[in-house]
Design a binder for this molecule. Sequence first.
Ligand SMILES: Nc1ncnc2c1ncn2[C@@H]1O[C@H](COP(=O)(O)OP(=O)(O)O)[C@@H](O)[C@H]1O
Ligand SMILES: [Mg+2]
Length: 180
Amino acid sequence: MSDNLNLIQVKDVTKKYRLGSNEVEVLHGINLEVKDGEFVSVMGQSGSGKTTLMNIIGMLDRPTDGSILIKGIDITKKSQKELVEFRRRTVGFVFQQFHLIPSLTAYENVELPLVFAGDKDKSVVLSALERVGLAHRMDHKPVELSGGEQQRVAIARAVVMKPKIRILFKLSENLLLSIR
Ligand SMILES: Nc1ncnc2c1ncn2[C@@H]1O[C@H](COP(=O)(O)OP(=O)(O)O)[C@@H](O)[C@H]1O
Ligand SMILES: [Mg+2]
């Protein structure tokens, strides 16, 4: 099958962490392909390397060896600067602890990726908030929202740029639908 049909290709990826003089290999040669529109979950024991792998696929970290192709482009060959720009338009994250900015309202948190990309658009932000059922809470700061509402703001922020790749850490089942 042609490589072009794959959105994500992970080829022989290893990751070693150096702790002083100790080297710990966490990923021992991962191969994985994900097609556009596919939904994949990664399961494994705590400490087995799930977060490490997701951070590498999401371009927050680099592998020690091997390559990652996104839409056929080898991201391991990109400079840090190119990677930031590419990641901004390609990946949305919902982190385990949400990582909302406490001083910003729900609206401003969701708007942030657009601000960084230099294309603010009020209707895009509002429709992302509407999709997760939170338009009526858009002027609230994270502390004024419930845990579930905070998670929905994080989801709206992750999808506002319409990224092809959406990476969710420990998402509760009842919220899976709103990310698609
Ligand atoms: N920055 C780091 N430096 C050294 N070791 C790390 C680092 N990050 C993770 N590890 C180690 O790598 C292993 C995998 O971690 P992680 O990917 O977070 O696992 P999981 O998400 O599956 O619980 C763990 O043993 C952890 O201690
Ligand atoms: Mg983890």
